[in-house]
Design a binder for this molecule. Structure first.
Ligand SMILES: *[C@@H]1O[C@H](CO)[C@@H](O)[C@H](O)[C@H]1NC(C)=O
Ligand SMILES: *[C@@H]1O[C@H](CO)[C@@H](O)[C@H](O)[C@H]1NC(C)=O
Ligand SMILES: *[C@@H]1O[C@H](CO)[C@@H](O)[C@H](O)[C@H]1NC(C)=O
Ligand SMILES: *[C@@H]1O[C@H](CO)[C@@H](O)[C@H](O)[C@H]1NC(C)=O
Length: 500
């Protein structure tokens, strides 16, 4: 799940244009377009210490610092998918999805994180059972190797994503996953949302391991290690597994669309800079080989002025540039919302931070519909714009929308707002596909069911299915959006009747 740590300056936007609601697109999704739903291990599995699973940074943080989490909740049990995966596959079948995007819990497979620490057979069996059931039901798996639940020993022993050592440790885990499951998996994701992993995990403290004592420095080291880890896993798959397993592998990157606050060239430049700092930070290296020039220049410049002897943004060697360039078989895009961006004077030199490096003024339009998440405003046209931007900026890649969804506060089975969100974002996506010729081949709704929403605990619900978290059986109940999504999957169409 995305949740950008955004420094909103909530200013009233007086001259923002208001977007009129357009008619829902009545064209059919292209033949072969795939629909799915997504979840993530820590958010749904529970069984946090069962059958030999090791502790991860989310287990640890929610146990030692429960006050960080809304209502002091945690994912110890959550949806209890560790025991209820058969029910969950039945829900997927009922929905009629083409694919299911889920993540592996690294510590369920390797309790210490290290390959030498031994493989946990029941953990492996858990994922094999899910894959068997998916296969029986004709649902394709899309597996994410890392959706934020780093084994705690790796954090404690080496500092997790701040240490180069973690690159090899991750590569060993990735190889094991390809080895164990790759014969049945055609879509792999190395990392989900490196922006969230690094900016929130190692700068703002908004995600585990909630490190925030070296702002402007640690997040970029994290990003560097995550990119190297991604490239290492990509090459292992590409060389050792792809020839026989014939799957695709990439990374999932998230961003809001950044809409210029006006036509002024400076606002346009600031909006582009925002996209480069959030999306380009990771996409530019994997497509073009290195960080965006605007990041290299700005962070380098500020670092000098702050008295650092080298840029806070680490440098790739020429060899590394060559190795990272091209490590994607498609681009995974998580997209939920839009921000308005205006140019601002560079923030004066002081304690470093990534938001100062970027130095833009970010706001929203108060006419935008809200959700239960402070960062999520309903701006359907942002979907078309971000898709087109990714097409134009990264050589027209195959794009899969790997997450998109709407949150409410729960207890709403007649979830009209979620239905509208899905309808309008998909309508905007159709325009990207047909009018802008963006090569989008799949769409993933976040999420299959209500689950543990990180620091927000169980206060924000993104599910198509509702889960009763006070009932020990954790029953799942379809919301109205289930029927709507089901109808899209059957007709490949957003309205009563589509043109062919
Ligand atoms: C990185 O990990 C190694 C062990 O592989 C350790 O010796 C070293 O101290 C770690 N570095 C940092 C900065 O934690
Ligand atoms: C660094 O930024 C300052 C202030 O914006 C500018 O005057 C200077 O030319 C920049 N230096 C470099 C090397 O880019
Ligand atoms: C879109 O991407 C897929 C997968 O790479 C490819 O087979 C297809 O030819 C592409 N379509 C267009 C219109 O480029
Ligand atoms: C959830 O489960 C509890 C315990 O079984 C029950 O009392 C409650 O009515 C349920 N809530 C809903 C909305 O069904």
């Amino acid at each position: 799940m995305a949740s950008l740590e955004i420094y909103y300056t909530f200013i009233v936007c007086l001259f923002c244009f208001s977007q009129t609601t357009l008619a829902v697109d009545n064209r059919k999704f292209p033949a072969g377009f795939k629909f799915g739903v997504a979840t993530a291990s820590y958010q749904i599995e529970g069984g946090w210490d069962e059958d030999g699973k090791g502790e991860n940074i989310w287990d640890h943080l929610t146990h030692v610092s429960p006050d960080l989490i809304n209502h002091q909740s945690n994912g110890d049990i959550s949806c209890d998918s560790y025991h209820k995966y058969k029910t969950d596959v039945a829900l997927l079948k009922e929905l009629g999805v083409d694919f299911y995007r889920f993540s592996l819990s690294w510590s369920r497979i390797l309790p210490t994180g290290y390959i030498d620490g031994g493989i946990n057979e029941p953990g492996v069996a858990y994922y094999e059972n899910i894959l068997d059931l998916l296969e029986e039901n004709g649902i394709e798996p899309m597996i994410t190797l890392y959706h934020w639940d780093l084994p705690q020993p790796l954090h404690e022993n080496v500092g997790g994503w701040l240490n180069e050592t973690t690159v090899d440790i991750f590569a060993n885990y990735a190889r094991l996953a390809f080895d164990l499951f790759g014969d049945r998996v055609k879509y792999w994701v190395t990392f989900n949302e490196p922006l969230s992993i690094c900016q929130q995990g190692y700068e703002t403290g908004g995600k585990a391991p909630a490190i925030s004592d070296n702002p402007g420095v640690d997040l970029y080291i994290c990003g560097h290690m995550v990119l190297k880890s991604h490239a290492a896993a990509y090459h292992i798959y590409d060389k050792e597994y792809k020839p026989k397993q014939k799957g695709k592998i990439s990374i999932v990157i998230n961003t809001n669309w950044a809409e210029p606050g006006s036509d002024d060239a400076k606002d346009v430049e600031a909006a582009e800079r925002t996209l480069q700092f959030r999306f380009g930070w990771f996409a530019n290296p994997i497509v073009h080989g290195n960080y965006p020039q605007v990041m290299i220049d700005r962070i380098g410049n500020r670092s000098v002025q702050e008295g650092f002897t080298q840029s806070r943004l680490p440098q790739f060697t020429d060899e590394e540039v060559e190795s990272i360039k091209g490590t994607y078989d498609y681009i995974g895009l998580n997209h939920y919302s839009t921000s308005l961006i205006k140019w601002r004077e560079d923030i004066e030199i002081g304690e470093p931070s990534s938001s100062k490096d970027m130095s833009v003024q970010e706001s929203i339009d108060f006419s935008w519909e809200t959700s239960a998440s402070y960062w999520l405003f309903v701006v359907p046209w942002g979907m078309r714009k971000i898709s087109k931007w990714v097409k134009d900026t990264y050589n027209n890649p195959e794009i899969i929308i790997t997450e998109n969804g709407y949150s409410d506060a729960g207890g709403i089975l007649d979830d009209d707002r979620r239905i509208n969100y899905i309808r309008e974002y998909l309508s905007s996506l159709l325009e990207a596909i047909y009018d802008d010729e963006v090569n989008v081949t799949g769409y993933t709704a976040w999420s299959l069911m209500d689950n543990f929403e990180w620091f927000r605990g169980y206060a924000e619900k993104f599910g198509l299915y509702s889960v009763n978290f006070t009932d020990p059986e954790r029953p799942r109940t379809p919301k109205a959006s289930v029927d709507y999504y089901k109808s899209i999957l059957t007709t490949r169409c957003l309205v009563e009747e589509c043109t062919e």
